[in-house]
Write a protein that binds this ligand. Structure first.
Ligand SMILES: [Ca+2]
Ligand SMILES: [Ca+2]
Ligand SMILES: [Ca+2]
Ligand SMILES: [Ca+2]
Length: 392
């Protein structure tokens, strides 16, 4: 072969290589389109892969929690007091952040033994919400001289720090939810002059600003939960003539939008039962629990998710107990806490997760204090705070 043909051959080789790459790129594009078409399934896998990197750390943490549970199980008798005064607002710091990744763990199926996480209490009220932004719900003590935070360390509540400059009050209710969308729950005070928000900086609550521009009222109940699906908790008012949503834009609540003309016989709740990142309207009626899924701009068709009437002797909750991103139906009854896992289209068969009666001297709460994506039961008792973790 003549040497002068070599450059020509190389040119042909280069062209062939470019063609091959181009074809490969086309394949990649088709693959990408297929992945987009697969949608939810593909996203779950991607999130699972990310999650698996922290699996060892999570397992270690679980082991540590389990060890501590074993150590303190005898020192933490379950409280059988039925009159728990459990009128805990289920929306206070209990709603799972919508941007929490779906855990790779097996579904939780029961509660483990109670573990004492703090010997403290609260002068005015106790709350549990993730104000530091690490995925673990912190202990928030509303005391006479201000609000203190004891950050969750995964198996105990740490040192208490004052997060407000002085005493604070909420005329019509205090809430801790993330209205700015940064993963840190903010302090929401429903006052006579409107809704005042003190944004969490991760180490304190900033000076409050009025997010409604004037007084507001909810004739039946007020809620702060993300119904639009942008990770910012919106203001939801249950009024006499329906459900109004005032979406958060990150710095205020915008104009009210009527999302439903309906109401609830027994009580209204808002939680993401379908698992799409948007809180749904859950109506506890006399003949069952109805779910009206959020479309992001309204509440859709109502469907009876229980097929028959349900009751809760002590308190009802709608929270993700199993850890699959869908809020489950939870009934705190006299003989224990029953969980009916959400399938995404209904609430499945119930089972008793405590195996027996459990109560709270002062108040009962649901929040993910351990940070594994499953809500834990938290009892404020006379001698401190007990965490009852959801486990496999
Ligand atoms: Ca925030
Ligand atoms: Ca929102
Ligand atoms: Ca939903
Ligand atoms: Ca948990």
């Amino acid at each position: 072969m003549h040497k002068k043909f070599v450059p020509v051959l190389m040119l042909i080789l280069v062209l062939l290589t470019m063609l091959a790459c181009s074809s490969s790129n086309n394949n990649n594009e088709s693959l990408q389109q297929t992945q987009i078409a697969i949608g939810v399934a593909q996203t779950s896998i991607a999130e699972g892969e990310t999650q698996s990197k922290t699996q060892d750390a999570m397992n270690l943490e679980s082991t540590q929690v389990a060890m501590q549970m074993t150590q303190t199980a005898m020192a933490a008798p379950q409280n059988n007091d039925q009159d728990s005064g459990a009128a805990d607002n289920t929306d206070s710091g209990a709603t799972q952040p919508t941007n929490t990744p779906i855990p790779q763990k097996a579904a939780a199926t029961r509660f483990g033994p109670a573990v004492k996480w703090s010997g403290g209490g609260c002068n005015i009220a106790c709350y549990f919400a993730d104000v530091t932004g690490d995925g673990k719900a912190d202990f928030i003590a509303h005391d006479n001289d201000g609000i203190y935070v004891l950050p969750s360390e995964g198996n105990t509540f740490g040192t208490h720090t004052k997060w407000t400059g002085g005493p604070v009050s909420c005329n019509n209710g205090c809430y801790f939810e993330d209205v700015t969308g940064d993963g840190k729950a903010d302090f929401i005070a429903h006052d006579n002059d409107g809704i005042n928000v003190s944004v969490s900086t991760g180490t304190g609550f900033a000076q409050y600003t009025n997010w409604t521009g004037g007084p507001v009222s909810c004739h039946k109940s007020c809620h702060f939960t993300d119904v639009t699906g942008d990770s910012k908790a919106d203001f939801v008012a249950v009024d006499n003539d329906g459900i109004y949503v005032l979406p958060s834009n990150g710095s205020k609540f915008t104009a009210p939008e009527k999302w439903s003309g309906g109401g609830c016989n027994i009580a209204c709740y808002f939680a993401d039962a379908t698992g799409d990142g948007k809180s749904d309207f859950i109506a506890h009626d006399n003949d069952g629990v109805y779910v009206l899924p959020s479309t992001g701009t309204t509440f859709g068709q109502h469907t009876n998710w229980t097929g028959g009437p349900g009751s809760c002797n002590v308190a009802c909750y709608f929270e993700d107990m199993t850890g699959d991103g869908k809020a489950d139906s939870v009934a705190h009854d006299n003989d224990g806490i029953y969980v009916m896992p959400s399938t995404g289209t209904n609430f499945g068969p119930y089972s008793n997760w405590t195996g027996g009666a459990i109560g709270c001297n002062k108040s009962c709460h649901m929040a993910d204090a351990t940070g594994d994506g499953r809500m834990d039961f938290i009892a404020v008792d006379n001698d401190g705070i007990y965490v009852v973790p959801a486990i496999e």
